[in-house]
Design a protein around this ligand. Structure first.
Ligand code: SAH
Ligand code: DHB
Ligand code: MG
Length: 228
């Protein structure tokens, strides 16, 4: 067996174990593989959730019986497809994306996965799309927050308006390579996450927690909140 001594070997071990778990729990899926390939080919950043995290999102959405899902931050549609697969017949997912280019790539990937009837990608800044969802009186059983980190506090406020007791809110990237514990961080994304974690923890309308994650997407974390 490979010996893991220093931190770089430790990181290699986390990746190896992630590959091992993915090999066990995530069957090959041409639509998801093509989604990552076409996203790379179009020059999108490689910041989709990992395969295991995608499956975790699917499991969480299924376990709260989600029929309506909102995603904030589509990229090439990788997490979108995982979440779309959690929907029962007649279920609906709306994914918000600022970049027209990302949305175009995502729509093709969503269609390839056979989800075009259940999934709608809306283009625009999330702070503008979210009030529109509220004015349409839409409500969501599950919300995945994964767009610009500076906006997470606003996205939490809107999420609370767009959910009901029992809804689950999940947020990606809440650890940022451990930088969240640096009170002097000058990184605006880290500062956005620090504000978000503090706000989420203090929010009386939810029960919330967060975990650290390691593996193929490096060292980061996920936060979970169930609406009371
Ligand atoms: N959820 C995706 C990854 C999303 S990456 C996955 O795991 O597969 C973050 C995405 O949020 C990028 O595509 C970026 O263009 C988008 N984004 C950034 N700022 C935004 C904003 N203000 N409103 C909506 N989307 C935004
Ligand atoms: C970034 C954004 C993400 O959603 C992610 O999972 C990783 C990195 C980023 O903007 O750097
Ligand atoms: Mg993310």
């Amino acid at each position: 067996m490979t010996q893991y001594h220093d931190i770089r070997q430790k990181e290699q071990q986390w990746e190896d174990v992630d590959d091992y778990l993915t090999g066990l729990f995530v069957p090959d899926d041409p639509a998801l593989t093509e989604t990552l390939k076409s996203s790379d080919a179009a020059g999108l950043p490689q910041i989709a959730v990992s395969a295991n995290q995608g499956k975790l999102l699917m499991i969480l959405a299924k376990s709260c019986g989600a029929k309506s899902i909102l995603e904030i931050g589509t990229l090439g549609g990788y997490s979108t497809i995982w979440l779309g697969r959690a929907l029962p017949a007649g279920g609906k997912l709306i994914s918000l994306e600022y970049s027209e280019k990302h949305a175009e790539v995502a729509r093709k990937n969503i269609a390839r996965a056979g989800l075009e009837n259940r999934v709608e990608v809306r283009i625009g800044a999330a702070v503008e799309s979210l009030p529109k969802l509220a004015s349409e009186r839409l409500e969501f059983d599950f919300i995945f927050i994964d767009a610009d980190k500076q906006g997470y506090c606003d996205y939490l406020d809107w999420s609370l308006k767009l959910t009901h007791p029992g809804s689950l809110i999940v947020a990606d990237n809440v650890v940022r390579d451990g930088q969240v514990v640096d009170p002097n961080s000058k990184d605006e994304m880290v500062q956005g996450i620090q504000r978000f974690n503090k706000k989420l923890a203090a929010e009386k309308l939810v029960d919330a927690s967060a975990i650290q994650t390691v593996g193929s997407k490096g060292y980061d974390g996920l936060a979970f909140a169930v609406v009371k």
